[in-house]
Design a protein around this ligand. Structure first.
Ligand code: NAI
Length: 271
């Protein structure tokens, strides 16, 4: 059911690769709530073609951009403003990639060239997007920018590997840029720390099945789904959360505040 929470708003959504993607579900929900969307992803992801289905469903143009390239991001912002006929109200950064995870390098034996690539794609890119928008004065007052993160930025999850460091940097950028953009244009910048979710990026983490089941057992409400994420994200893009900024917001069924749950205690006692 739509509440028209985003009626008249215009937004850019990064990172919809397939139906499982957190960005895909968010694009559907934003559309349902009345927003106009521009979809973007890396050229290589566009070549896979799945995003065309989403674009048709929500009647959105697709503009390719590699988040590590300033010129791509500049063109994306220019073309989005031309398409919308004005400024932008929200941006979702739902982008992450680690070559060390893909190739199975443990945290204690990283390829540091790849590590820099991970930081560039998964964290510095968020600064780039914000800086391009800031310098082009592309966002309306009270616009809302959200990036996706994970609790491995605060606590150790050994197989989350170098992505933990990328997420720490990402969260710090949200805080720092949130200050400057708040002063300049009342623009809000937040990160949402999401439960483990079965997506292409998520499932790439070693031992993901154990990881997601443990998290389910440790969350009083259970793991939050991609659809639930989309709903939460809509609230942050809406005018109902105007004074929320520079925050890392947990969307995790209570996981981050839980020391242990009875099912986990029972399981340990039976071993
Ligand atoms: P996904 O694999 O569907 O999305 C990752 C996206 O990043 C893909 O669309 C990919 O094409 C894009 N991407 C990679 N390199 C890029 C580049 N150079 N330029 C532009 N786009 C690029 O997976 P998911 O899970 O939806 O990931 C979205 C975000 O959510 C990531 O930041 C991830 O770390 C975060 N997250 C995921 C969780 C999970 O368990 N799935 C939990 C918490 C956060």
């Amino acid at each position: 059911m739509s509440h028209n929470l985003l009626k008249g708003k215009k937004g850019i959504i990064f990172g919809a690769l397939n139906e499982q993607s957190l960005a895909w579900q968010t694009a559907l929900k934003c559309h349902e709530e009345g927003a106009e969307i521009v979809l973007t992803n890396a050229p290589i992801a566009l070549r896979m073609g799945e995003i065309n289905k989403l674009a048709e469903t929500i009647n959105a143009p697709i503009i390719g951009a590699d988040v590590t390239k300033m010129e791509d991001l500049e063109a994306l912002i220019d073309q989005s403003m031309a398409h919308f006929g004005g400024k932008i109200d929200f941006i979702l950064h739902s982008v992450g990639m680690s070559m060390n995870i893909r190739k199975g390098n443990p945290y204690t034996h990283l390829n540091h060239e790849w590590e820099l690539k991970t930081l560039d794609i998964s964290a510095v890119s968020f600064h780039r997007v914000l800086q391009v928008a800031y310098e082009k004065d592309a966002l309306n007052e009270w616009a809302s920018v959200v990036a996706l993160t994970y609790i491995a930025a605060q606590r150790v999850f050994p197989d989350y590997n170098e992505m933990a460091d990328a997420k720490s940097l990402l969260e710090s950028i949200a805080r720092s840029f949130g200050y400057h953009y708040g002063i300049k244009n009342k623009v809000r910048v937040n990160t949402i720390s999401q439960s483990p979710t079965r997506t292409t990026a998520g499932s790439g983490v070693k031992g993901f099945d154990g990881f997601i089941n443990f998290s389910e057992a440790m969350s009083p409400l259970g793991n939050a789904s991609a659809e639930a994420f989309a709903g939460y994200c809509v609230t942050l893009f809406s005018d109902l959360t105007r004074y929320v900024t520079m925050q890392n917001l947990y969307h995790d069924g209570g996981y981050s505040s839980t020391g242990v749950t009875q099912p986990v205690v029972d399981k340990m006692a039976s071993e």
